[in-house]
Design a protein around this ligand. Structure first.
Ligand code: B12
Ligand code: SF4
Ligand code: SF4
Length: 368
């Protein structure tokens, strides 16, 4: 984020004013949940962050480790920041129902009959949320700036130094599951998150560090309204995600060893998982949905009639059907760029896509 003049002045607003404007701007811009957190604030799961780093569970993702203290307190680098606006946008409610049958790229294999797109995580089947969600948040911020011309705000999704899930929980958008995902009690975890640090000094929010019971805007009410229990997690004794994870990447009490997660192997490491572990990838090509697909909160989530459908841009791209898994093995760099620009698949680069496809092919041959 660009550094702003340290003298940037706060703008004092009430939570009711902000809520009123979000109620107007969020539906117009397809934001499904929005809330706000006063900064600086207590990070309740600070210990999880430190153990993640010190135990080396960050999958070698150096961009996470650069300024660990700054991730816990964004006001150190940007003292003008008074609050963080937090946004969520649905990308799917179409998780497989019932007991999880790994048809969509699970480790049991399927003799290669599953289309390659079913081997791609749901978050990555359409257009890239870094474009779509970010534009939507920017429009909301632009609307707020019309009201408060002195507003300074920098929307980001993923790329800023923010523990987005922690803030989403603090802002009342949902709870944190053992699989580490932010789960809304009605919409499930098929949500992208984005945040915007601002100079809004918001009166009427819970005191800094106290999680909110509800978001300021929600496209649909959560399933359980009363009593609203502000707990970090509503997993109870469930361990489905832990039991289903094919690589044992989820710790017994929740939390992730990212270096064992198929998402990291296929998106960040791009086919370069340790050779002795590649069989664990099964038929999964890019990203992994297993710990979300098995989650009871997602199996109950639905595209309810009381909320508008998921943004069309996140639906499976029809052009993807033109090619098969075998074509991915041979895909030239140019073809990759032509097909996957502006989609999340772009992240794994042409060589990474070919390498991922080779792992899947080898695993299917092994099983077949
Ligand atoms: C690096 C990264 C990854 C890495 C590492 C993931 C990880 N868990 O650390 C990899 C590549 C593996 C990955 C995978 C995925 N990612 Co990712 N990822 C990120 C990124 C950029 C940073 C995450 C980070 O800081 N991790 C450090 C750890 C310590 O933080 P954390 O996981 O957020 O956990 C915090 C809390 O949840 C809490 N906590 C942790 N464990 C537990 C357990 C319990 C019981 C409780 C109560 C709390 C708790 O403590 C932590 C500190 O606050 C974020 C965007 C961002 N800036 O936050 C997206 C983000 C987390 N990813 C996202 C998505 C969609 C995914 C995938 C679903 C994609 C896919 N289908 O393949 C998977 C999910 C895998 C999983 N189970 O986490 C979304 C999550 C949305 C949501 N509803 O939660 C985010 C927010 C991106 C976005 N802007 O929408 N991701
Ligand atoms: S995304 Fe897949 S590999 Fe990663 S923790 Fe979840 S189930 Fe395990
Ligand atoms: S599967 Fe169970 S333990 Fe895992 S996140 Fe969902 S409710 Fe929590």
């Amino acid at each position: 984020m660009a550094r702003i003049d340290r003298n940037t002045q706060p703008i004092r607003v009430t939570v009711d004013e902000l809520t009123g404007h979000l109620a107007r701007l969020c539906p117009d811009n397809r934001i499904d949940l929005a809330g706000a957190v006063t900064l600086p604030c207590t990070m309740h799961h600070e210990a999880k962050w430190w153990s993640y780093l010190t135990e080396g569970r960050h999958a070698g993702l150096d961009y996470l480790t650069g300024d660990p203290a700054g991730r816990l307190d964004p006001t150190i680098a940007n003292p003008w920041t008074r609050s963080l606006l937090v946004f969520a946008q649905r990308y799917t409610a179409g998780w497989p129902a019932g007991d999880f049958a790994p048809v969509s790229g699970g480790p049991a294999g399927d003799a290669g009959t599953t289309p390659w797109t079913d081997r791609v995580s749901r978050y990555a089947r359409g257009l890239d949320y870094h474009d779509i969600l970010l534009k939507d948040i920017r429009k909301v911020v632009a609307g707020l700036r019309e009201v408060w011309p002195g507003l300074t705000a920098f929307p980001v999704t993923d790329t800023g130094p923010y523990l987005e899930r922690e803030y989403a929980w603090m802002a009342g958008l949902g709870f944190l599951g053992k699989n580490t995902c932010l789960i809304h009690e009605k919409l499930g975890s098929g949500l992208f998150l984005g945040v915007a640090p601002t100079n809004l000094d918001i009166t009427g929010l819970p005191p800094a560090g106290q999680p909110a019971a509800e978001p300021l805007y929600a496209v649909t009410a959560r399933r359980r309204r009363t009593p609203v229990r502000v707990a970090a997690s509503h997993c109870g004794s469930c361990t489905r995600c832990i039991d289903a994870c094919p690589t044992d990447a989820i710790l017994p009490d929740g939390g992730l060893d990212a270096g064992s997660c198929l998402s990291a192997w296929t998106i960040e490491w791009r086919g370069k998982a340790p050779p002795e572990r590649r069989a664990e990838q099964g038929g999964i090509l890019f990203g992994c949905d297993i710990c979300q697909a098995v989650c009871p909160w997602n199996q109950r989530a639905d595209e309810s009639t009381d909320s508008p459908p998921v943004r069309q841009e996140y639906a499976l791209l029809t052009a993807h059907a033109e090619i098969g898994l075998a074509d991915l093995l041979e895909l030239s760099d140019d073809e990759f760029r032509e097909r996957f620009r502006r989609t999340p698949l772009w992240r794994c680069h042409p060589a990474g896509m070919r390498a991922n496809a080779r792992v899947v092919r080898d695993n299917l041959l092994e099983e077949g």
